[in-house]
Design a protein around this ligand. Structure first.
Ligand SMILES: *Cc1c(COP(=O)(O)O)cnc(C)c1O
Length: 409
């Protein structure tokens, strides 16, 4: 039930009525202890276990975090703690200069995390990606050697499954080999692409993910669970999360309770109260079934293929690359620029098209598609085909609408 707020008639209850008649505030958080939210504690464990099974782990650990950025930060903190447990007590004084590795296509939260955790953004070593946006394992090797020569200690590699702009999947097997050779924590940022694990047809894109130490996976993205719903999954069975983040507050985590205090999972996280993020995924899974969710993923891939094929039939659309995932990156080439690829200012003029069309579509209120510059490439559109309600008719509309909005350019 919904409690009414302060402006409700109940708030003006006569002073003579006992105070306890006033409704309690809504319970927004839970999670520190089993006694506060027994069902949700067990539900979180159950959902995490199911996600881990999809990664390929029969045991492990995990938590729901407030978003993929935070899940990534947890992974970095855990990797650092595993290598230097003393840093929990002594902080940065316990550490030599550290180095972590991720590709130039990684999500910006890796750098934010490095700053937030006191490592500094300079400790993030950027590994080259190939023309399809995948991390180059040979360059990873090179960057590790370089960092060592410079006196830094490598401790973590963050691979990406489903990069934010191009939708690329890093070669996880080859990256796992490198991590194994150098004894590095392997994190997979699968915030965007993790949900592909639900699809028997497409899960090969994440082959090797079972070799990771940690995986960040956002059901609030491709699976469209309500914000926020992001899981950090760990292969670890040594209670690393709790050792790394626990602080044993004696008023919550009493050790002399009548039940198994291992169920008091709240000390694994850096929050106190938390939203019940697992509930959204649990309900969705119950409603759709594993097959229903798999169907959604497969449909997104199929609809992406349809959009790409339709683009190829039309004159004004140029793909940045053949998509591997559901990110369709393309330029709309307006009539005045068609066939002018050789002119010296072509790229410059083409780069001005997407912002202008974006302005027009927003002001019309007809649709919204993201655009961005990328590397040496000027602004291009990035259509992400994720919403399960999208149809072929929507794809046709998108193409027609771009042609209509850009016909005078
Ligand atoms: C979106 C995204 C994130 C960040 O997730 P938030 O939940 O928005 O914090 C991290 N990594 C990748 C690859 C993403 O696409």
């Amino acid at each position: 039930m919904l409690w009414l707020g302060a402006s409700s008639p109940r708030a003006s209850t006569p002073a003579s009525e006992p105070r306890h008649r006033t409704p309690p505030p809504p319970q927004k958080g839970y999670g520190y202890t089993y006694e506060i939210a027994p069902v949700f504690v067990l539900m979180e464990e159950e959902v995490l276990k199911t996600l881990r099974a999809l990664v390929g782990w029969s045991s492990g650990d995990g938590v729901f975090c407030p978003g993929g950025s935070i899940s990534n930060m947890y992974a970095v903190n855990l990797a650092r703690y595993r290598r230097y447990p003393d840093c929990k007590r002594r902080g940065l004084r316990a550490l030599p200069p550290l180095a972590l590795f991720t590709s130039e296509e990684c999500h910006y939260s890796i750098k934010k995390g490095a700053a937030f955790l006191g490592l500094g953004t300079d400790s993030v070593r950027v590994v080259k990606a190939d023309e399809r946006g995948k991390m180059i394992p040979e360059d990873l090797e090179r960057q590790i050697s370089l960092a060592e020569v410079e006196g830094a200690v490598p401790f973590l590699v963050s691979a990406t499954s489903g990069t934010t702009v191009l939708g690329a999947f890093d070669p996880l097997e080859a990256i796992a080999d490198v991590c194994q050779r150098h004894g590095l924590w392997m994190h997979v940022d699968a915030a965007w692409g993790g949900s592909v694990l639900l699809s028997q047809t497409h899960r090969h894109l994440l082959d090797g993910i079972q070799r990771a130490d940690s995986v960040a996976w956002n059901p609030h993205k491709l699976l469209t669970a309500g914000l926020q719903c992001s899981a950090l999954l760990l292969q670890d069975t040594s209670n690393l999360l709790k050792h790394c983040h626990g602080s044993q507050a004696s008023y919550l985590f009493q050790q002399d309770k009548f039940y198994d205090v291992a169920l008091d999972t709240g000390d694994k996280v850096v929050q106190c109260g938390r939203h019940v993020d697992c509930l959204k995924l649990w309900l969705m899974w119950k409603a759709q079934g594993g097959q229903g969710l798999e169907c959604r993923i497969d449909q997104a891939f199929t609809l992406t293929r349809y959009l790409v094929n339709e683009m190829k039939k039309r004159e004004g659309f140029e793909l940045v690359m053949e998509p591997e995932f559901v990110n369709v990156c393309f330029w709309f080439v307006p009539p005045s620029l068609r066939g002018k690829q050789e002119s010296p200012d072509y790229s410059e003029r083409l780069a001005k098209v997407a912002p202008l069309l974006k302005e027009r579509m927003v002001k019309e209120g007809s649709m919204m598609i993201g655009y961005q510059p990328h590397g040496t490439k000027g602004n291009f559109f990035r259509m992400v085909v994720a919403n399960p309600a999208l149809t072929r008719a929507d794809m046709d509309f998108l193409l027609n609408e771009l042609e209509r909005l850009g016909q005078d350019l």
